[in-house]
Design a protein around this ligand. Structure first.
Ligand code: 5AD
Ligand code: SF4
Length: 481
């Protein structure tokens, strides 16, 4: 442990040194040309990736790049996702277009990173068919970005062919957690905070444990210091991030539960709202439920992926809970936190799913009355146990079930999520509405959005809003003066 902390510190210092060196080069160039180099990051996938993109952005800004909002930039980075096949296809589609752009823009750099890069087949394909890519790195070595840029630029100075210039640095797994590197937050008033990296669950359909590695919890002191610093900078809402936050701290020495971490974060002055994502039902403890019930700051929202309502399929999915366990958990949560909003993820068309299995899923949806559910057609991920299971479900059957599920969710979610209609609720104002600039958009404790008329000076403030009308998945409200 001690040793790891030292190695991590040495690595952080090394990277900061390289950032400084690159920054000097960039400044000299700026003095000559009067032009700053631009960058653009495209983020695919989940909140983990969004958080990683903030780290990438932080490094690039310190090097001297300035952000721009189109891909017509000196440096374009795709932070990729591979959880389902269509996420991969979107990357390849856009990458072709980026290659054309690069031909017209001498000196342009392209980097690919994120989960897709952790798969050998992807990297082989890129090396073969997308040779214009300059840098490839993965999920474990984002902190090395400055070093990789330096290697790529030095390669160019030694005059290699384009195909020799590509810098590929991929790690299978790591136990390193490099702290205190630059960071560029998207919002001044809310922030994501990683608490645990990786996943040990190996749900049989899921690629994540293969591309994000084994579970590694950050030290509680590092997390608490980060949140205190955020609070001192004006952040009032934190989102604690991990593939499975409920197993936080199990491997720390001494171990620490997620519930205990929440109690520590609750004490931090200035933080008014605490969210977390994602919870695995099998690890959600009664201790956590009790802490949520007693907390003034933990938001009234829990994302609790169900995946399937069939105990038979849940077993094959390696989820390690049954339909009854899930329903019992929901009951205990609702008892401790009566007004909680529950959202979920559901997969339709997992190999071997029968009509009976699917009806079990519909049954859970009806019983739980989720506020929202994200539904996914099962996508075969090479390397996972489910990919080689027999009796894969026919696409037509899966799609038909998917539509039936969606109809049920829309029906039940509209009912449960409208329960705050005609009440006054606290709203964290996030931005000017993207469709109508006279409106502001904010978020309720239960994670639903509210649009209401107001002045943009309210952005970043927690204010009471009257919820006039529920529109299913969002509200129209008015400011309480
Ligand atoms: N196919 C479809 N959906 C998947 N998910 C994870 N792997 C797959 C897959 N192979 C879904 C799960 C998970 C969410 C992030 O993505 O529902 O909770
Ligand atoms: Fe994937 Fe399961 Fe881990 Fe979630 S808990 S990331 S679904 S393996």
């Amino acid at each position: 442990m001690e040793n790891n902390i030292n190695i991590n510190k040495i690595e952080a210092d090394k990277q900061l040194e390289i950032i400084k060196e690159l920054n000097q080069r960039f400044e000299e160039e700026y003095e000559k040309t009067g032009i700053r180099k631009t960058y653009h990051i495209v983020t695919f996938g989940c909140q983990m990736n969004s958080r990683d993109s903030e780290k990438i952005s932080g490094i690039l800004k310190q090097i001297g790049y300035v952000e721009t909002d189109t891909e017509d930039a000196d440096f374009v980075i795709y932070n990729t996702c591979t959880v389902r096949e269509n996420a991969n296809n979107r990357v390849y589609g856009r990458l072709g277009h980026l290659g054309t752009l690069k031909k017209k823009r001498p000196g342009m750099l392209i980097a690919l990173c994120g989960c897709m890069m952790q798969e050998n087949t992807t990297v082989e394909k890129i090396k073969e068919s997308y040779r214009f890519v300059d840098i490839i790195f993965g999920t474990h070595n984002i902190f090395k970005l400055a070093e990789l840029i330096k290697i790529r630029l030095d390669n160019e100075e030694t005059g290699g062919k384009q195909s020799d210039l590509m810098v590929v640095d991929l790690w299978k797994d790591t136990d390193m957690i490099v702290e205190n590197l630059p960071n560029d937050r998207k919002y001044p008033f809310k922030a994501g905070v990683n608490i645990i990296f990786g996943c040990n669950n190996f749900c049989s359909y899921c690629i994540v444990p293969y591309v994000r590695g084994r579970e590694r919890s950050r030290n509680p002191q590092d997390i608490i210091e980060e949140v205190k610093k955020l609070a001192s900078e004006g952040v009032i809402e934190v989102m604690l991030l991990g593939q499975n936050v409920n197993s936080y701290g199990k491997n720390l020495n001494p171990p620490m539960s997620f519930a205990k971490l929440l109690l520590e974060i609750e004490k931090i002055e200035g933080i008014e709202r605490i969210r977390f994502m994602t919870s695995h039902p099998k690890d959600l403890s009664q201790e956590l439920i009790d802490v949520m019930g007693a907390s003034k700051k933990i938001c009234k929202h829990l994302h609790l992926p169900l995946q399937s309502g069939s105990s038979r399929l849940l077993k094959i999915m390696n989820r390690r809970y049954t339909k009854e366990d899930y329903l019992d958990l929901v009951e205990r949560i609702r008892k401790a936190v009566p007004d909680i909003s529950l959202t979920t993820d559901i997969i339709v068309g997992f190999p071997g799913e029968t009509e009976e299995d699917f009806l079990e899923t519909l049954d859970v949806v009806k019983k739980v009355r989720f506020d929202n559910a994200f539904t996914f057609l099962y996508s075969k991920r090479t390397g996972t146990p489910a990919a080689i299971m027999e009796n894969q479900v026919e696409e037509k059957v899966a799609k038909e079930r998917f539509d039936r599920l969606l109809a049920e969710i829309q029906n039940s979610a509209a009912k449960s999520s409208s329960r705050y209609e005609h009440t006054i609720q606290d709203v964290l104002v996030e931005e000017v509405n993207t469709q109508d600039e006279n409106l502001l958009t904010g978020r309720l404790s239960n994670n639903m959005l509210v649009h209401f008329a107001g002045d943009k000076s309210l952005i970043g403030k927690l204010i009471p809003v009257y919820l006039e009308e529920s529109k299913g998945f969002y509200y129209i409200g008015s400011q309480v003066k």
